[in-house]
Design a protein around this ligand. Structure first.
Ligand code: GLP
Length: 242
């Protein structure tokens, strides 16, 4: 299915428009009695976005949001929790708003039974009625959340071994954490809407493969071709091979 592709000359133009659209989306989602359920990413791409979210928390009705973190490193140990995605979201988002989201769920990277934790997470998403809007970044190898190449398109929340390319790019300093818990591709495809943000030349190939190549498990983001409501937010460099 054809996605909507939004191109911006620079990221300075992309983020304000994304926030504007997010505000509209939240208003639409709140017309019923239900609170909006969002899946939230981490990564450098999203730092300026959370900066704007915290500035506009009131207009965006952040206190009504139910948030599911997309993924988490595993195993976390005492001392390594500062590398955790939960810490990222606390730092860039949750701790910076006066009235935080009504739900802030993360996969527990300290869990002693990670499979049971993944099952709990999947059930919790279902119990909230599923994801309304999944915000995603994309890895240079085409991963979405931490669904690395080879991930089945019907996968659910699970533990995954991180790809060497991911470890090299995410752990430039210090010992890498080898695994992660991630929302599955199948879980993501059940979201009502999916927005993907990609910036810079380093993402151009992954973006092209995801959008223009035949769907295949080596490019996890190509699974998004199965979804009827995907929007890509791209700067000119990330869109340069389309
Ligand atoms: C991470 C996350 C993804 C993220 C991607 C891109 O490690 N698991 O959810 O979208 O890699 O990150 P960045 O925005 O830093 O390029």
């Amino acid at each position: 299915m054809r996605p909507v592709i939004l191109r911006y000359e620079t990221k300075a133009e992309l983020y304000p428009d994304l926030i504007h659209r997010l505000q509209g989306e939240i208003e639409n989602l709140r017309t019923g009695s239900r609170n909006p359920v969002l899946a939230l990413p981490t990564g450098n791409t999203m730092v300026p976005l959370y900066g704007l979210v915290t500035q506009k928390a009131e207009q965006l009705k952040v206190s009504t949001w139910k948030c599911f973190q997309l993924d988490e490193y595993y195993p976390l140990k005492q001392g390594s929790e500062t590398k955790s995605f939960r810490a990222y979201l606390e730092h860039h988002f949750f701790s910076k708003v006066e009235a935080p989201p009504t739900l802030m769920e993360s996969p527990d990277g300290f869990a002693s039974d990670p499979e049971a934790e993944c099952e709990r997470y999947e059930k919790k998403i279902a119990a909230e009625g599923g994801i309304d809007l999944a915000l995603l970044g994309i890895g240079t190898n085409g991963h979405i959340a931490f669904n690395e190449p080879g991930s089945p398109f019907d996968s659910k929340t699970r533990v995954i071994d991180l790809h060497p390319e991911t470890l090299a790019s995410n752990f430039k300093n210090g010992a890498p954490i080898p695994k992660a818990m991630t929302i599955g591709i199948g879980t993501l495809l059940q979201a009502k809407k999916i927005w993907v943000v990609a910036l810079s030349k380093t993402k151009a190939k992954a973006v092209q493969n995801a959008i223009e190549e035949r769907m295949n498990a080596n490019v996890p983001a190509s699974a998004l071709q199965l979804h009827p409501n995907v929007t890509w937010f791209l700067d000119s460099e990330a869109a340069s091979l389309l």
